[in-house]
Design a protein around this ligand. Sequence first.
Ligand code: G3I
Length: 356
Amino acid sequence: MTTAVVSSLVLLPLVAGPAAAAGGHDGRPAGDRPLRQLAADDRLRVGTAVDMAALAQDAPYRRAVGSEFSSVTPENVMKWDALEPRRGEYDYAAADRLVRFARGSGQKVRGHVLVWHNQLPSWLTGGDFSATELREILRRHITETVRHFKGRVWHWDVVNEAFDEDGTLRDTLWLRALGPGYIADAFRWAHQADPRATLFYNDYNIAWAGPKSDAVLALVRTLRAEGVPVQGVGFQGHLGIQYGLPTGVAANFRRFERLGVRTAVTEADVRMILPADEEKLRTQAEGYRLLLDACLRTRHCVSFTVWGFTDKYSWVPGTFEGEGAANVLDESYTAKPAYRALQAALAGRARPRAVR
Ligand code: G3I
């Protein structure tokens, strides 16, 4: 069976914005409400990464972003290479467009990302800077960026993917020049620039217990003991069904929450080896369900974000050859079993939440 015949629901006619969020006016039967409506009942933000070219050019895409989601994450336009392509020349235009869209749609913005080893401008990676210069460049980048969006970004992914799979710190430009202290510095600088934004450490392959997740836990424990303002941990949630689905995710989230931080699923997608078939799509749906379910079972899990929502626009085929179909809608915006699984999980949650 192809994805197109899994469901007859095509998500095109939904009305964007707060009107849709208010609920009940889009002609859908009860129980078939947009994700943001279902999540609002539970004070959970349900978000998506947004591709700004698609948002500008593709009206169905734009409508679905507005109607289905209550938070947005820029997929690329808040990364350093986009914000400062040439040294000292800042370009906030695309990021500002998303922030305005979010405001008009009653959505929060998850800022992504301040410190990462990817998507750095070439003037920076090829610059041959001293450690002192690099520290000042990083301080300035964080300060300028967070100040620019002050009051308009809800969560910041301050440090992204700083660990390797074995739990050692990843060998990056930042670690080599500045040592491990760059992580604490980054959180302190971001907090100074916008004390009201919630500051996250974000990584992949940490949704279940293991050396990497243990290392992030130890880092967060140490930072908080030192008074460093790390306030959340983002579990990206990039899964591939060929690797099997993780277990123990909710228990893992809870051990982070015991340190006093919020948790969030920040980049969920569940890829597969193509072509998709009915069984793979069922397993994919189970992958999405278990990530959302872990969030719903965890008292301070504040948001659940998918890394794109339609197979029409996805980073996966360009990165993993022969893989794809990772999103909850197919390329024609038709709901896959994964979308139904998210609806069902949101509609069926069973516990009071204590979201902070
Ligand atoms: O902007 C250039 C454009 O000028 C050029 O013409 C085009 C030609 O390839 O490339 C464009 O840059 C691409 C960029 O996305 C913007 O579209 C890069 O090649 C491409 O590598 C880049 O991919 C992004 C990837 O991060 C980079 O690491 C994906 O879209 C984005 O989904 C992905 O997101 C990351 C999160 O930030 C962190 N966690 C993992 C996640 C998935 O890899």
